[in-house]
Ligand binder design. Structure first.
Ligand SMILES: NC(=O)c1ccc[n+]([C@@H]2O[C@H](COP(=O)([O-])OP(=O)(O)OC[C@H]3O[C@@H](n4cnc5c(N)ncnc54)[C@H](OP(=O)(O)O)[C@@H]3O)[C@@H](O)[C@H]2O)c1
Length: 364
């Protein structure tokens, strides 16, 4: 077996960058990218990226190489699958194309399949290297969690004013962020499979939760409205409005809703009229959601934190001041202190135009 070289690492880095564009864009399949490369010439002959109609990256890369893959190297972020489904598995396309070497960023995060693709390729005489490549591993952190715990990887976000508020209860007035912050939030939405909002935030802001970024505005993600004891206004944009995004209401069983047929109702057990969020997450996973964005407001965010379901949190600190009548981001001191108390540590800080982004992640 060959060792990982500097050029190997660079090609894998390139594949991981390409695969990032498939996050949230390959429903039902793990996002991945693959490159067919001539190692001697250091030239690229084919590339494949998973997408809505492309379940696997490797066969696409081989096809793009148009019969020139023989003897060359395939770099892929994810272990090729060896399972037969509606289409032949990726391993067969690689074997048929007579590639000499396959460098894999990360093994299959599904434990029941992990390693099988490598065994199949080696049995066909191909030199296979499992690189344990960190950027590839990061691509599948959510899938690993979903396979292990039957829940999505949960990312929360809040925009918070200088005085620690997220908006006002009396007006349609969530804390405004600058254009860069708005774009960042829309990117989070576009790279998630689903987005969740509390009934109160849905009522006050009446958002559509769309992505307006050119090129990403056709991404489809599911929208979940969490309803508690006070119910939900079914005339809201998210429920009564027409869009290509599926919407589901999450509620305890006692409640009935008069909603359009296109809106699903997910019923879970709960307490005090509020659904149990852990059970809700299992139902969301069953709908194919691996990456879930929780958009707020404060009560829903606190519910997710308290249930120990928050994996990553983006705190966007804006320069605005809300003043009297504001809704605090948390009732338990500052939101950053609340996150730390829940076992999330700050891993990154950067600016988004006039606003400051601080990212927290669960310590593993
Ligand atoms: N700055 C931002 O980033 C941002 C983002 C979104 C919203 N906002 C602002 O946030 C405000 C609304 O926030 P909010 O804190 O009042 O309400 P919220 O978090 O939107 O609402 C919580 C809603 O979810 C329901 N719920 C059901 N199950 C729950 C559970 N297990 N845990 C927690 N809640 C559960 C609650 O029901 P019951 O209480 O009826 O039982 C309530 O209706 C608005 O003013 C909006 O503008 C700001």
């Amino acid at each position: 077996m060959t060792q990982l070289s500097g050029p190997d690492r660079r090609w894998l880095d390139a594949a991981a960058r390409l695969a990032r564009s498939a996050l949230g864009a390959s429903p039902g399949h793990l996002p991945a990218a693959a490159l067919v490369v001539d190692e001697e010439l250091q030239l690229l002959f084919g590339r494949g990226i998973t997408g809505r109609t492309v379940p696997f990256a490797e066969p696409q890369a081989v096809e793009e190489a148009r019969g020139t893959a023989r003897g060359r190297t395939l770099y892929t972020t994810l272990e090729p699958t060896s399972l037969w489904g509606r289409t032949p598995p990726s391993t067969e396309a690689i074997i048929k194309a007579k590639l000499a070497r396959v460098v894999i960023g990360c093994a299959n995060p599904d434990h029941s399949q992990s390693g099988q693709g490598i065994v199949r390729l080696r049995s066909a005489g191909i030199d296979v290297l499992l690189a344990e490549h960190e950027p590839s591993h990061r691509l599948y952190a959510a899938d690993r969690l979903t396979f292990a715990k039957n829940r999505p990887f949960v990312t929360g976000k809040l925009l918070v004013s200088r005085d620690g508020m997220i908006g006002r209860s009396d007006t349609k007035n969530a804390v405004p962020g600058g254009p860069q912050a708005q774009r960042f939030v829309e990117m989070l939405r576009a790279t998630s499979d689903g987005t969740m909002i509390g009934a109160q935030a849905a009522k006050v802001d009446d958002p559509k939760l769309f992505v307006r970024i050119k090129g990403l505005d056709t991404r489809i993600y599911q929208r979940f409205v969490v309803v508690g004891a006070r119910g939900v206004d079914t005339e809201l944009n998210l429920i009564a409005g027409v869009s290509g995004h599926p919407t589901a209401i999450i509620s305890v069983s006692e409640r009935e809703f008069d909603v359009p047929d296109a809106v699903d109702i997910i019923v879970t057990d709960g307490r005090n009229g509020r659904p149990d969020l852990s059970r809700a997450m299992a139902a969301i996973t069953a709908r194919g959601v691996v990456n879930l964005l929780v958009e707020g407001g404060a009560k829903l965010i606190e519910g997710v934190i308290a249930a120990e379901l928050m994996d990553r949190f983006h705190l966007i600190q804006t320069d605005s001041v809300t003043g009297r009548g504001g809704i605090p981001a948390t009732m338990l001191g500052g939101i950053d202190g609340r996150l730390r108390a829940a076992g999330l540590v700050e891993v990154d800080q950067r600016t988004l135009g006039p606003d400051k982004l601080r990212t927290f992640e669960r310590e593993r």
